[in-house]
Design a protein around this ligand. Structure first.
Ligand SMILES: [Zn+2]
Length: 305
């Protein structure tokens, strides 16, 4: 707005303050705006869910992070990022008995192999590689969404196995394909509409800039479903002993965002948690549930009963 001449004379009159003070004011305003946007999802304020709902309704992505509360003064949240390690340990402890803990997923071969792996890589090499391969159509009809699976380098993860897990989850009759309403297909020729990324915890935020994942949560940014290797490897306390179910949850939740679903609350104590409840953070009195349609395709994903 101000022209150069006025600026120059102001600089000569007031020195560096003429530039520094307005610049500082701009920085403060920008910081306030940013904190209002992402901070509205802050756990510390106890308004995380409604704040994130607002963002999700705007077509944004999964923002909330339990670690956000770790930076809040006087926070006593058990979900600080430092708890990732302790939850890893506790997951590990119960891992041996956890595989058989779930009746709903016990029939899945993936369920048997879903033992927690607390020694996941914290930081990969920052590159992505598409897992080669094409699946059959997953689902029984409806509009087809093609997706690819991309793995960050340096994770030491079997990309094909991860891709097969994703396929199994998306093909599940309790998932988003329930009732033949939509279907998915994995491709690797660059034509996919949706991209499912497995990324190291230190690099998750880079793929969902400004979302405050704090290396703890997964997220969805545009066409990218970004799965945090840490959560994929050890899950969360509320799913302890049920890692395969958590993996189903996190894929279904983030893909739900891609499909246009925003966050919802627990509809009532003891009910099945909606898949779009932020179950990574809390269950709000609901019972863990990784599926949008856990009972039948007639379920309301936001209140599955
Ligand atoms: Zn979300």
């Amino acid at each position: 707005m101000s022209d150069d001449g006025a600026l120059k004379s102001a600089v000569s009159r007031y020195g560096w303050r003429a530039v520094a003070l307005p610049a500082l004011a701009v920085v403060i305003i920008v910081a306030l705006v940013i904190s209002l946007q992402s901070g509205s999802g802050s756990d510390a304020a106890g308004s995380e869910t409604s704040g994130s709902d607002a963002q999700a309704a705007g077509g944004s992505a999964d923002t909330s992070s339990p670690a956000a509360s770790s930076s809040a003064a006087g926070s006593s949240s058990p979900n600080a990022s430092s708890s990732a390690k302790s939850s890893s340990k506790s997951s590990k402890k119960s891992g041996s008995s956890g595989a058989s803990g779930s009746s709903s997923s016990a029939a899945s071969p993936a369920a048997d192999s879903a033992a927690p792996s607390p020694d996941y890589v914290e930081a990969g090499d920052g590159t992505l590689a598409v897992v080669p391969g094409t699946s059959e159509n997953l689902g029984a009809g409806g509009p087809l969404t093609q997706f690819d699976v991309q793995i960050e380098g340096g994770l030491g993860v079997d990309g094909e196995q991860f891709a097969s897990y994703v396929e199994e989850i998306l093909a599940d009759e309790r998932g988003w394909t329930a009732g033949g309403q939509r279907s998915f297909q994995r491709t690797s020729d660059g034509s996919a509409a949706m991209h499912i990324l497995l990324v190291s915890p230190q690099h998750v935020e880079g793929y969902c800039p400004g979302y405050g994942t704090e290396g703890y949560t997964s997220c969805r940014y545009g066409d990218n479903v970004v799965i945090n290797l840490a959560r994929w490897s050890v899950g969360v306390p509320d799913y302890e002993g049920h890692l395969w179910e958590y993996r189903q949850y996190v894929i279904n939740h983030e893909v739900g965002h891609y499909l246009g679903y925003g966050h919802v609350n627990c509809p009532g104590p003891g009910q099945k948690a909606p898949v779009m409840l932020q179950q990574t953070l809390r269950l709000e009195g609901c019972v863990r549930n990784p599926y949008p349609y856990p009972n039948s395709p007639a379920d309301d994903p936001n209140a599955p009963g």
